[in-house]
Design a protein around this ligand. Structure first.
Ligand code: EPZ
Length: 444
């Protein structure tokens, strides 16, 4: 579980210590999807009732979002370790400009939610993982303007105002396939007058999950999961209960860990269809995959084979699995090529893997990885969430000890990672780096 400082969104001084070289065996249960949860929680602001959300991953980004809602005076009740209830009926403000909002990317969903409910929004520009490129939100703004909002950004705050004419349905063609813009426009359009059509929409599983959540509260959204989504505005949304889908990327991360270390692990609580793009690459590398209704067994005993892969929007190979795959390919026979097709660049982790003996050459959006016999443990630093996950995978496979700093990034998106890996036989522990308390001053 997260420490108090991390619950307040402060970065952790703790680190992971891994003694690698052990194959993984056993079973692991995947938590709810982080990238669905961080959109569904703000979406509750649109609901005139109580939302009970189950299968919530209690990761740092979710805990920060719960704090942001509480700062707004919204009732957030933790029912158990994976269920919360949100009651935003008393919400009477549309401004969220505190430091907490700057700590994560998904706080921008508050713009769509505030706009949808109040026709006004004042939200601090988002923070979030900086993995090397810019992370614009121009497509979000394009959608809000099409719906009738005037947008202005100043002093690091986005001001959106549709108070004069309200929000009306519109057709929005996204210039780039954007998960965030697709979800944010969906939020703003739910209660608008008329129908909104989003074209060139993103199709990720968490997009469908948000649409299903909103529809279960009374919204009228069709086509989520395709590149054309239609949202008919309704008068109001009612309370209800919704369970979040399993996290496709967490599941893929465990699959990559087994591919790297060898062994055999049953990954429970998955939706096989969501795993297709990852499963295909794991099999291409030489892992054996056995699919059940809601679980997948990954076994790797033979050599790892090299790969060519390009990350693409869903249903392509997910960019959020790119660093994890790179860590595995460091151990493959031959030379692999990874092309980052979604972000401007996303290879900052390569310096850290080189410290462990990896042979990676990066040129812009392309990484060329020459497989090596084995990696060796080293002190490394996580630069973002999935880069951190890649270092964990490399550490589990490496001979010797790996110490990973800046694990706060990793705990943004992985719930109980140490406990889950230890159950699979990994020798990993979380060591507190908190500065030792000042020695008790001696009487002079
Ligand atoms: C979401 O980010 C995820 N984050 C990211 O996962 C993920 O990498 C990304 O989608 C792609 O799947 C959350 O859901 C919280 P985008 P998002 O808008 O929505 C460009 C993780 O590891 N773009 O789909 O910010 C953008 O620069 C995180 O869990 C614009 O040009 O990503 C990028 O090249 C990291 N203008 C591409 O689109 C915009 O207005 C995809 O971005 C928006 C995006």
């Amino acid at each position: 579980m997260l420490s108090l400082t991390e619950k307040k969104g402060e970065p952790s001084l703790d680190k992971f210590v891994i003694h690698g070289g052990k194959p993984l065996f056993g079973e692991v249960t995947v938590s709810g999807a982080k990238n669905a949860a961080v959109a569904i929680i703000p979406a509750a602001l649109l609901v005139d009732g109580v939302c009970r959300v189950e299968n919530i991953p209690m990761v740092r980004d979710v805990v920060i979002e719960m704090e942001i809602l509480r700062e707004l005076g919204i009732g957030v009740r933790v029912v158990n370790h994976s269920t919360i209830e949100i009651d935003s009926r008393g919400l009477n403000k549309y401004s969220a400009v505190s430091d907490l909002n700057r700590k994560m990317r998904a706080s921008y969903y508050l713009i769509g939610a505030f706009l949808g409910r109040f026709h006004r929004a004042e939200v601090a520009m988002p923070g979030g993982c900086n993995f090397g490129g810019v992370r614009p939100i121009d497509q979000h703004m394009k959608g809000f303007e099409a719906l009738g909002a005037a947008i202005e950004t100043r002093n690091g705050i986005v001001f959106a105002d549709a108070s004069k004419g309200g929000l009306h349905g519109a057709s929005v063609y996204l210039d780039v396939v954007s998960v965030g813009a697709t979800m944010n426009i969906m939020l703003a359009a739910c209660l608008a007058d008329g129908q909104t059509v989003i074209e060139n929409a993103a199709k990720e599983p968490h997009i469908v999950d948000l649409a299903n959540f909103l529809n279960s509260m009374g919204a009228d959204i069709m086509g989520a999961g395709t590149d054309v989504i239609k949202i008919r505005g309704v008068e109001r949304l009612y309370g209800g209960t919704y369970s979040i889908i399993p996290d496709q990327i967490e599941a893929g991360t465990f699959m990559a860990a087994v591919a790297a270390t060898g062994g055999s692990v049953l990954v429970r609580n998955i939706i096989p269809k969501h795993m297709d793009c990852i499963t295909a690459k794991m099999e291409e590398m030489g892992a054996v995959i056995e699919e059940e209704d809601d679980s997948i067994r990954v076994t790797r005993s033979g050599p790892l084979r090299k790969l060519q892969v390009k990350t693409l929007p869903y249903p392509g190979f997910p960019t959020d699995m790119q660093p994890q795959l790179a860590a595995v390919l460091c151990l493959a026979e031959g030379t692999s090529v990874i092309t980052e097709g979604v972000w401007e660049s996303r290879f900052r982790y390569s310096d850290e893997l080189r410290r462990m003996g990896a042979k990676i050459q990066v040129d812009g959006k392309v990484a060329v990885i020459e497989g090596v016999e084995g990696l060796t443990g080293a002190p490394v630093r996580a630069s973002d969430l999935r880069a951190g996950a890649a270092l964990v995978i490399a550490g589990l496979a490496a001979e010797g000890t790996t110490e990973i700093e800046e694990i706060g990034y990793i705990e943004r998106g992985y719930e109980d990672l140490v406990e889950k890996l230890r159950k699979l036989g990994a020798d990993i522990s979380r060591v507190s780096e908190e500065p030792a308390a000042d020695p008790i001053p001696r009487a002079n």
